[in-house]
Ligand binder design. Sequence first.
Ligand SMILES: *Cc1c(COP(=O)(O)O)cnc(C)c1O
Length: 448
Amino acid sequence: MTSRDEVVALDKRRVWHPYTPMRQYVEEGSPLVVSRAEGARIWDADGRSFIDGNASWWTAALGHRHPRLIARLQRQSEQLCHVAFAGVTHEPAATLAEALAEVAPEGLGHVFFSDDGSTAVEVALKLSLQKHHNEGRPDKTGFVALVDAFHGETLGVTGLGGVEVFRRPFSKATLPCHHVPRPPADERDPAFEVAVAALAETLEQHGSTIAAVVLEPCVQGAAGMRLYAPSYLRACRRLCDEHDVLMIADEVFTGYGRTGSMWACAHAGVSPDMLCTAKAFTGGVLPMAATLTNDRVFDAFLGEKSRAFYYGHTFCGHALGAAVAHEVLSVFRDEAILEHAKPKAALIAETFARLGAREGMKDGRALGMIGAVDFATDAGYLGDHGWRVYDEALRRGAYLRPLGDTVYVTPPLNIPDDELRCLLDIVEASVEAVRTEGGSPSRPWRLE
Ligand SMILES: *Cc1c(COP(=O)(O)O)cnc(C)c1O
């Protein structure tokens, strides 16, 4: 066995980490070395355990290593792991697609598989461009996204992203995109009508060159858990229809019950033309994703061979991933995950409302199994209060990944009640420590 220190030494010599200033990391970083995970907990190499307050980048919706997912993975691995998926199919993919269509918002009956959230959105962008192209409107090549949007990492979706630090180095090489204001959380706030009017005006002026509006329904995750009024989605649906623009819902974070219903679009009773899902899609077990479309999109690719979608990733429809993803849907149903999450969500909402009312804090908010609060600073994503809370929480036994000065939890949906109470107590105590005493010194290498 390699010791913890040896792992860190090898890592620092060779590994380039995501979202990490590497010099600061190598000189001062003291990474968690995780050796095991189960349920809502992860264990480090020294045997200490931590509650996983963010379900490992929002993926482990059913907790780590759910026994049914592991059993399904083992069974499938004895039959077939992967096979090319063009002109070939298999039971795991076909039955998963059927099960997905059954739980999807109305009309989303076609499933295109890919690997992760970014590729699921990338697929949606390309589909929207080619749909218009196939129908004789090749000038529809632009996109509309919300300010502060986050849609992933590929060059295609980078232009849609609104988080300035992520986008800046690439901004001259990205797709054309109009960014419109994010509506407020309360539809009675005058800013709501302003946001709807801005979208209407953008489509009015540029609709003939716009392929699609892309949005994270109801909550922008990476921007700092920013909630907005669901009725905006209805306005968006209506405006998209008026201007022959497709509506793409990026439910990579919000899907699978994170916001309290299976899909965030359901809060508004809206069906988009396409829906992207990843993250919790395989319960965090394997990288796999899907883009769902309605007939209006699918039918535009029928007819002449040249109208087909000549696109596909090598691991499309991965059999292991598909088998596990199907089991995820069965567990959601059999264990009534959404129903059992309701009282847990109420506990999260109470805690974060209380935290938001403390001096020096603001905007305590919650939606489903998401709770968030901000330090009342102006530092945004590069603020370090959240990282001080991270340090305090680790000492107390929880792993919380902040977004700058935003502290949030997105635990597994089935986190046991006692573990959830423990997590929320740690969040309160850690925020309190930073709020009143400043917490531990900031670590500049964690400026992710
Ligand atoms: C995480 C995320 C993505 C990107 O997913 P990856 O699996 O990291 O490629 C896209 N959209 C949203 C809303 C996300 O939260």
